[in-house]
Design a binder for this molecule. Structure first.
Ligand code: SAM
Ligand code: SF4
Length: 449
């Protein structure tokens, strides 16, 4: 989502004459697009801002200037506090207001000029953390962000679920789905710009309920079916889903739509019903396991991925064992796992029985060891197959390319750089912990063209 948002901010600024710079040292404007989900991510923002301040001071000593903007969820959550802690910051803009960046920049420039004349400084301190009534999507230019044949398409934002550990409902605001026709029009633009893979994005993407032109409401399943009919869309993915919103039709789509890749990221967070209830997840362990069965019936080769939090307040050894048993039972192809991070303002932060750091660390190591073994086993199980791989970038070794299998595994193979952005049949030779070694079978650039 943040990669997508950063691309869109670049799109908004392009008509003003801005272009992407390779480093902050070469930039006139630095936008830090921030994440508030865990404490560590938030704190990194301030150390980075210290570095930008030094750069601004250097620039001014040379008679130039540097504008510093903070965007994203830390901007939303901390607002004025950011300029207080780091006065060199010129603009603070929340995730729902970044279409207003051009106005904010103009305002910041005016303020900076006034402050400079009075020799006070350093930042202009312009703030916009509103949740505007208008949707930013109606104010953004056509997307340009296609990278090596692959593009993100944001279809849904915000969240009304209020899991007790999570800041998203506070930083991204209420759930909102973009109208179906707009999404399809953007998909066509992305295909025209070279996309063959489209990843639909949303904090709760499978809660999508977009208005259609005939006044009806489209579900994610319906949208995926329509997307698959656009010529040139070879691969469809979507992320991130909530177990409670995984309906029958969406499960069926996994078995029916050829372009929908056999991969699903479905966060479960915990295997303990007691902890899931305390997290306000609105689903239990059995609902999740039942979904896994039904999904695998619809699409037997589906690769499952998930998110886990260990050390939520009150999590006992027995609760953690329930998580380990759920992981053993399901068998995940990949996963993200985190120690619970206490986020100010969320109900979890105020709960008693916070789990000691050492216990969280031990549980995380045990869980990650198990998930790591499962990921390796999954990669090894694919060795010997010939599969379509979408090549995305050059590898570190000369002549090497990195691509993705339908199951989202990374593949390293020797190949012509002109294959980047294309799909080539590739023999998977050997599975490793985080990737596979492959050999391109279609071989030449001409064969794939
Ligand atoms: N909407 C998605 C869902 O419900 O599963 C998840 C969105 S959240 C941006 C991504 C992941 O960050 C979550 O699935 C959760 O595992 C993790 N996360 C969120 N808040 C956290 C916290 N306070 N501490 C640790 N991990 C957290
Ligand atoms: Fe956060 Fe996801 Fe829960 Fe919403 S559903 S509160 S985004 S974890």
């Amino acid at each position: 989502m943040n990669v997508y948002d950063s691309d869109r901010m670049a799109d908004v600024l392009r008509p003003l004459g801005y272009a992407l710079a390779a480093t902050p040292e070469q930039a006139d404007l630095v936008v830090l697009n921030t994440c508030h989900i865990r404490e560590h991510a938030s704190e990194k923002v301030y150390s980075e801002l210290g570095r930008m301040r030094d750069l601004k001071v250097e620039r001014r000593a040379e008679g130039g200037d540097l504008t510093i903007a903070v965007a994203g969820c830390v901007a939303q959550a901390e607002g004025k506090e950011i300029s207080r802690r780091q006065p060199a910051v010129d603009i603070v803009v929340g995730p729902q207001a970044y279409h207003r960046l051009p106005q904010l920049l103009a305002e910041a420039e005016r303020k900076a000029a006034i402050l400079k004349a009075g020799k006070r400084l350093p930042g202009a301190g312009v703030l916009d953390t509103e949740f505007p009534v208008e949707s930013k999507f109606d104010h953004l230019p056509a997307p340009l962000g296609v990278r090596a044949g692959s593009a993100f398409l944001s279809i849904q934002e915000g969240c009304d679920k209020f899991c007790t550990f999570c800041v998203v409902p506070y930083t991204r605001g209420a759930e909102y789905s973009r109208p179906a026709a707009r999404v399809l029009a953007e998909a066509r633009q992305l295909v025209d710009a070279g996309a063959i893979e489209i990843t639909l994005l949303g904090q709760n993407v499978n809660a999508y309920h977009g208005e259609a032109e005939d006044g009806s409401t489209w579900s994610l399943a319906r949208l995926i079916r329509a997307l698959a009919e656009i010529e040139g869309v070879a691969r469809i993915r979507y992320t991130t889903s909530h177990p409670r919103d995984m309906d029958d039709d969406l499960i069926a789509v996994h078995g029916e739509v050829r372009q929908l890749m056999p991969y699903l990221h479905l966060p479960v967070q915990s295997g303990s019903d007691r902890i899931l209830a305390a997290m306000n997840r609105q689903h239990g362990r059995d609902l999740f396991l039942g979904l896994v069965d039904r999904l695998r019936t619809a699409r037997p080769d589906l690769a499952l991925s998930s998110d886990f939090i260990v050390g939520f307040p009150g999590e006992s050894d027995a609760d953690f064992d329930d998580t380990m048993r759920l992981v053993e039972q399901v068998g995940f192809a990949s996963a993200f796992s985190f120690k619970y991070s206490r986020r100010p303002g969320t109900p979890g932060a105020a709960m008693g029985e916070q789990v000691p750091e050492a216990v969280k660390s031990a549980r995380l190591s045990a869980l990650q060891a198990l998930l790591g073994r499962q990921a390796r086993a999954f990669n090894e199980s694919k060795a010997g197959l010939i599969v379509p791989v979408l090549f995305a970038e050059p590898g570190r070794k000369p002549g090497q390319l990195i691509g993705k299998t339908p199951w989202l595994q990374s593949v390293f193979a020797e190949g012509d750089a002109r294959l980047i952005g294309r799909i080539a049949e590739t023999r998977l030779v050997e599975g490793h912990a985080n990737s596979l070694a492959g050999e391109i079978v279609t071989g030449t650039y001409e064969a794939a063209a």
